[in-house]
Ligand binder design. Sequence first.
Ligand code: HEM
Length: 505
Amino acid sequence: AVQISRLGARAPKIRFRLPYALDFIYKGHQANLVNRDIEFWDQTIMNAGGQTNVKTAELDAGISTRAIMTKDPENIKALLTGQFADYGKGEPFHKDWKEFLGDSIFATDGELWSRSRQLIRPMFARERIVDTEIFEKHVQKLIPLLGGSHSPSSSRVVDVGSLFFRYTLDAATDYLLGQGTDSLENPATRFAEAFRYVQQRQAELFRFGVFSFAMSRTEFRKNLKIMDDFIQPYIETVLFLSTDELDQKLSKRETFLDALARFTRDPRVLRDQLVAVLLAGRDTTAGTLSFCLFELSRNPEVVAKMRQEIRDRLGVGANSQKPTYTDLKEMKYLNAVLHETMRVYPVVPFNVRYSLRDTTLPRGGGPDGMAPVGVRANSRVIYSTMLMQRDPDLYDGPDSENYFDPAKWIPERWVSNWQPRPWHFIPFNGGPRICIGQQFATIEMGYTLIRILQAYERIIALPVNGKEKVEDPVLRFEVTLSPGSELNCVFLKEGEDVMPASKEY
Ligand code: HEM
């Protein structure tokens, strides 16, 4: 305590009753099981210290470290840029995630991280990502499925979420390895299931923190092995090629793995980087696309406006043109829709850093919450872009001309006079560790939306779980955010009839 007060003030304290905050850890776990993480954490932070609108709180459970939780943009900015050197993923994180992510870009700091970043960055250079062929190939398989072409019982109702997760897995494995999983055609992919399990268990282990040693890892390791067995043959194949042969491949179609293998021939490094990029690249875009389609399905006027923009530039229907990189960059309304989706549903909603030395956070301490908070080395700081991006205090009030309800999904705000202040909208984070795949993701998502809306005129959402009407999507939080229930929709082409009264679309 003395040490902390030398560094700075304290943030309001999160209350708990049992030693080591076991009751709090348990409550967090319960909230996760019923998909109420967002509410749980928001309430926890806001009500810390018996107050009502706290932005930075601390949990001091007495096991050598304390954890700080923040949704204050000043603190998030400091973590990610101003005090970048003071904070990292930390060695505990590296160790906890080692079996899954190895020494990859996600799990390391300093020299190891910087080498990974240099290795991966060229794979996302502009000339590589302007090539949209890979998305075209897979979106052409997706489009008929959205129309219900393969659904059992000839129903037209499809679960958009599961189709998107299969679509992005196919596209990502194709891009990374040169051969996709083809899970759109063959839904029961062992690899996909194993990958999902590993992520879910890893997130669970992480939430239990120091108590995770008591949890079984048997199933976790079994699934890791299934994943690795899938990836291994690709690595062996590429290592079989000489550097010259790899260079020759450059002129033809080179995969991410080919390119990586020209820089390193260490199979473990190749495996770790592949898994990391697959994790980063697959669930993020699938989740964002799913939430986006869900919002579109209940906002038909937005769909109509998007289609107008698409029609003016590329046409719709059978003879429409494919969008180019420039089209995707310049289409304002399309980008407004994507931005709005990532504002309300940032798929990396929570994240964590460790203090690498004794340091501070700029705000949240003292009686008025404006004093710097003291942070000893090896403290966990959890920050939430989602809670920040949804915080009404960061938006113009209802009396202002720029007012759009911050709690609602309204793409119009992005084509109005409003724009977010710096660091108030950071779905890809910022600073030296900013998402490497930002451009790739934006292109993939924009391309996919356009091709879908060229093919279909209307998207109609249906209530799930026996509900009477369509409700807000359930938010499932594991490593990333995804829909926690089915997103059932019907896709209709121009001229196709809707039968709202009938249950048999
Ligand atoms: C909607 C889509 C996406 C979102 C919202 C997103 C978000 C993020 C965020 C918030 C981080 C920072 C994580 C941290 O520092 O702890 C990150 C890092 C990263 N992302 Fe993305 N991402 C997306 C798509 C992609 C795609 C498609 C790829 C690659 C194909 C990718 C590759 C990476 C990599 C390699 C990192 C690690 C960077 C580093 O630690 O230096 N991301 N992403």
